[in-house]
Design a protein. Structure first.
Length: 240
């Protein structure tokens, strides 16, 4: 059990490889420092497409700045938008007593939610913890899970998240412009370093980026319908 706690602590923010993409990180590190978390660039404009991704990023950012209560609230918000990394991290925090009382049954409930798509990196910690639970802890975990499923289970959260994603993408595609300025997309640190702000990226590039991140957010969800790369229609040429 001690081995599980150490392993879980080491992996607590490995999920940034998925959710950190809200910060436009193509290759987020598997193990990150508090400074790297606090420096995460979370574009608020991603909230209209993938709120689970965005709120996880902001939660990690708050964790890195030692705003632990705010981080936990943001992880819970991300979890309500079907973020499996957020559900996993909440389980690790409960398991380790990370700025809260240690609660193994609650950790088991979060791990169960994180693992419901049978993704190996989430099922393995669940199996390791489940093997150590007492009968009383199992009963308490089941009680937690029964209540938590109403908000966080894929049957509820994933369709809601996918609807938000499709609505956001539809608005993006119908915007009509050749470029798209996502709110918060410009890293203010570039300005602080005297760098000139770059022009807004092409709309098609933003569409492709968000679509790629959606594949991560909905990873292994069997209810998710893959529609393939989205294309932005070219606006008709104006006549002189």
């Amino acid at each position: 059990m001690q081995h599980l706690m150490h392993a879980a602590k080491a992996l607590v923010f490995a999920a940034l490889m998925i959710a950190g993409t809200a910060a436009y990180a193509e290759d987020a590190p598997e193990h990150v420092t508090d400074k790297e978390l606090s420096d995460a660039h979370c574009a608020i404009g991603m909230e209209k497409f993938l709120p689970g991704d965005y709120f996880y990023c902001v939660g990690a950012q708050n964790y890195g700045t030692e705003h632990f209560e705010a981080a936990q609230r943001l992880f819970e918000k991300a979890a309500s938008w079907a973020s499996k990394p957020a559900q996993y991290v909440l389980g690790v925090m409960a398991l380790n007593g990370d700025h809260q009382p240690m609660n193994r049954p609650l950790a088991a409930a979060w791990f169960t939610l994180a693992a419901e798509r049978n993704t190996p990196r989430f099922t393995q910690p669940l199996q390791a913890l489940s093997a150590t639970l007492t009968p009383d802890e199992r009963r308490r975990a089941d009680a937690y899970l029964l209540d938590m499923k109403r908000t966080y289970a894929d049957a509820v959260a994933a369709p809601r998240a996918e609807t938000r994603y499709h609505d956001g993408m539809a608005q993006l595609k119908s915007s009509g412009g050749n470029s798209y300025c996502m709110e918060g997309g410009l890293d203010v640190r570039d300005l602080a370093e005297g760098k000139a702000p770059s022009s807004c990226p092409p709309t098609i590039a933003v569409v492709q980026f968000v679509d790629k991140q959606a594949n991560n957010v909905f990873e292994d969800w069997t209810g998710h319908v893959t529609v393939g790369p989205l294309q932005v229609a070219t606006p008709p040429a104006t006549t002189p």
